[in-house]
Design a protein around this ligand. Structure first.
Ligand SMILES: *[C@@H]1O[C@H](CO)[C@@H](O)[C@H](O)[C@H]1NC(C)=O
Ligand SMILES: *[C@@H]1O[C@H](CO)[C@@H](O)[C@H](O)[C@H]1NC(C)=O
Ligand SMILES: *[C@@H]1O[C@H](CO)[C@@H](O)[C@H](O)[C@H]1NC(C)=O
Ligand SMILES: *[C@@H]1O[C@H](CO)[C@@H](O)[C@H](O)[C@H]1NC(C)=O
Ligand SMILES: *[C@@H]1O[C@H](CO)[C@@H](O)[C@H](O)[C@H]1NC(C)=O
Ligand SMILES: *[C@H]1O[C@@H](CO)[C@H](O)[C@@H](O)[C@@H]1NC(C)=O
Length: 493
């Protein structure tokens, strides 16, 4: 890493002890670099677990309240994906008059089977976002899935951006023993089944094409010898007709590790290693003229309580910007069972820390047209430069070091070089008292996780407080910014 060195921080004099501090230096190319990547205008979306969709739309008001912040950034409704494990447990019943019907023994369980009816799709037009809708392939009833899809088209067709035929089919046999998955469910078998389903769908669909979101794999690598994977799907399984009907290729992005140590899990080196797994898939998908997206994401796929912390929010900022900078066009953050999944952006009565990460990432990217990562993922510090109309627009500085909340907080100084003129730039900071910080349900106190000094109300997700920008003077084409462990900074260039 450029210019890594230790020095005794100025704060040491005040605190009368030494504070370890690090300096990193990155250039800011003055025009959009040729190896930068074009940004989508709404790169951060929301994914809602299939069986939870009606509840998020009708009964958990904080969901739509919080998404209004994204709607404002984008000037349109937040791109929305409806899907997840329960899409492959859902049976469509054209005569069912409710949204969704299921039984669970405990309110925090996800149902093993569910039924849904035509009204489920009316909520898509009522919400009015560009929507990716996931259907059931795992239970191997094409007739039922196609009947549902054609009803979705007639009731909400103008909002349907893409359709998934199955969620995480790479895990159908290993995890779920789904009826469609014949052992060993390797790349040949899954690829052939995916192509057959896609072909049958293309032949029966009466709306616009291409419409399919393909792959929808849980992990960007094979969990078994010759397991399902994007390279095989694109280069071997899909023929030209199926490719023509496929709009976008999709995979999911959870940590590839199962650790519970926040210090290790949130580190940029870990995130960079995970995201680099997508590079070959992105290159292949782009070579056939299509985009690759992350259709579902969260910190960990397993339930890990560190997912609800400031550290998780910082990791989300890093992951989102790194993903977009390698060409993953959109990243949809998953909202699972309410009050259960630690990575959820909200509980029914509380805005959770991950929401801050998702929002900060979207805020950083909004209005930009290109992005480039400045570092190569070999230490805890990340810098991204966002371009607009050919010029540097924002820099995002992320310090993924851990801070326990006791003792001095390490600071990293990010020095940006190649800035064109001497001026004062504004910055906006995301911070909280420690990496382990989680928001509180207590509405009588201010949250201490803040973006520019503001936090989101548990009542209606309103931003509370005065927005505070810091200012830094550039000099001789350089400017230095101090970012504490587990903080992120947007620099408005
Ligand atoms: C990472 O980047 C630094 C400079 O930014 C460079 O010196 C180093 O060789 C790079 N490492 C790798 C593995 O690419
Ligand atoms: C709405 O939410 C409340 C509280 O979480 C729950 O008790 C109720 O069953 C929900 N109703 C519907 C229709 O989902
Ligand atoms: C598949 O779905 C169709 C139409 O919804 C239904 O009539 C049929 O019984 C289902 N087949 C199986 C094997 O469940
Ligand atoms: C996948 O499994 C099938 C059925 O056992 C087998 O015919 C095929 O050769 C396997 N493919 C690979 C790539 O191993
Ligand atoms: C600060 O960084 C130093 C050097 O990396 C490390 O040894 C120390 O544990 C860190 N302090 C805290 C409070 O995290
Ligand atoms: C892809 O190609 C078209 C045109 O040749 C055929 O009609 C399809 O049957 C074929 N689809 C699959 C899944 O092989």
């Amino acid at each position: 890493m450029a210019g890594l060195r230790l020095y005794l921080g100025a704060a040491a004099a005040v605190a009368s002890r030494t504070l370890a501090a690090v300096t990193v230096t990155y250039p800011v190319p003055s025009t959009t670099p040729s190896n930068s990547v074009e940004l989508d205008s709404a790169p951060v979306g929301v994914s809602m677990e299939f069986f939870m969709w009606p509840s998020y739309m009708t009964n958990i008001s904080i969901a739509t309240d919080c998404l209004k912040h994204f709607d404002e950034l984008y000037g349109k409704k937040t791109p929305t994906r409806i899907g997840g494990t329960t899409q492959d447990r859902a049976t469509y019943d054209p005569d069912f008059d409710g949204y969704v019907s299921y039984h669970v023994d405990h309110p925090l369980d996800a149902p093993m089977t569910l039924t849904y009816g035509p009204k489920f799709f009316d909520l898509i037009s009522a919400w009015g976002a560009e929507t990716t809708l996931g259907f059931n392939r795992g239970d191997n009833n094409f007739t039922n899935t196609m009947e549902a899809a054609l009803t979705a088209q007639s009731r909400a067709g103008e909002f349907l951006l893409a359709i998934e035929l199955g969620n995480e089919p790479d895990l159908y046999y290993l995890y779920w023993n789904k009826p469609v998955a014949t052992a060993p469910w390797n790349e040949t078998q899954e690829g052939a089944n995916a192509a057959q389903w896609a072909q049958a769908f293309i032949d029966s669909w009466d709306g616009e094409q291409p419409i399919l979101s393909a792959g929808v794999y849980g992990v960007p690598l094979s969990l078994q010898p010759d397991g399902p994977n994007m390279i095989y799907l694109v280069s071997e399984a899909y023929n030209e007709t199926v490719k023509a009907g496929t709009k976008v290729y999709c995979a999911h992005a959870y940590a590839l590790s199962t650790g519970t140590d926040l210090q290790t899990e949130m580190n940029h080196i870990r995130t960079a290693s995970d995201i680099s797994q997508f590079k070959d898939d992105v290159a292949l998908v782009n070579s056939i003229g299509r985009d690759h997206i992350i259709g579902e994401a969260g910190f960990h796929g397993q339930d890990v309580d560190i997912d609800a912390t400031l550290g998780s929010a910082v990791q989300m900022v890093d992951k989102t910007l790194l993903a977009t900078s390698i060409g993953l066009k959109q990243i949809y953050y998953h909202q699972g069972t309410i009050n259960q999944a630690y990575f959820n952006w909200w509980s029914d009565d509380q805005v959770e820390a991950p929401f801050y990460g998702g929002y900060f990432a979207a805020l950083a990217l909004s209005g930009g047209d290109h992005i480039i990562a400045s570092d190569n993922g070999t230490d805890s510090y990340a810098q991204y430069i966002i371009y607009k109309d050919g010029s540097p627009f924002k820099a995002v500085l992320v310090n993924t070091d851990y801070y326990s909340g006791t003792g001095d907080r390490n600071q990293t100084t990010f020095t940006l070089t190649g800035l064109s003129c001497s001026k004062t730039v504004k910055t906006l900071r995301m911070t909280a008292p420690s990496s382990d910080y989680t928001t509180t349900a207590d509405t009588s106190v201010a949250q201490q996780l803040t973006i520019g000094g503001r936090y989101f109300s548990n009542k209606d997700c309103a931003a509370i407080g005065e927005e505070h920008f810091e200012e830094v003077k550039t000099s001789g084409g350089k400017a230095s910014f101090t970012v504490g462990a587990s903080e992120a900074l947007i620099v408005y260039l």
